[in-house]
Ligand binder design. Sequence first.
Ligand SMILES: [Zn+2]
Length: 290
Amino acid sequence: MTAALPFSGNPLDRASQQRGDDAWLEIQAATGLFLPFWQNRPFVMQERAGFLPWREAWRGRCNIFLGLDGEQALFAVDLPGEEEPQLGFGGFQEMRASAFVLPARDTAIAGQAKALLDWHKRHGFCPNCGAATQMRDGGYRRLCPACGAEHFPRTDPVVIMLPILGEECLVGRNLRFPPGLFSAFAGFVEPGESMEEAVRRELREEVDLQVGTVRYHATQPWPFPSSLMLGCYAQALTRDFTIDGDEIEAARWLTKDEARARLAHQIEDEMKLPATIAIAHHLIRDWVEG
Ligand SMILES: [Zn+2]
């Protein structure tokens, strides 16, 4: 059974029926708590997401509605500047690093906030006519006052897949990976492509591997900047593969026994498998345990 994936399990009620009402949002903001972000990093206090009451100094900064935690409205606010803002006891932590520190629910909420704030920063102008757009619905929509076009926050589907052949799986090394890391293969789903077709294309391109059945396993929101990881297993039809040398610099088959030992850090060498933050870790582990 799949363990909870980091960035999933967000408990907030996103109040989609109410958040389009500016008066309602204003009432919520008056007693709301705000999670400050600086340079895409959430504010962390005592290993929790650092939600704070509104400060007048934040007026004019991009702030978005995250949802209701019971009766409590939660927001996020983006703080500017080159120097880290001092907000008292706590500090801004890189998002991936904070996922190892925060409780699962806080990681999911901070991930939601990061993906949204980041989208607003990069989508201030209408792709249809070039006019400046305005935020609506507490941050879940931007509206162009010039041409009326509506724009919605992006979520980009990415397939991530582990090829399986009998009792072995294939893992690869992307050129951009840290030294020693081998992981599942991944790539963006392209327009006009099903998830299964994207899995087959990516494996053909990266390792020239022929696969049969593609089986969906689990998804994970991945706010770097706005992906939804679609985790799959792909049944390999042959052991033969050829790395493209362009994106993938190495690949190798792993037996279940070796994968199990590596996940338990029982083999001391250069090779590493992905950390628990990544869905690739869970694809490998669930296959080993399954
Ligand atoms: Zn427009």
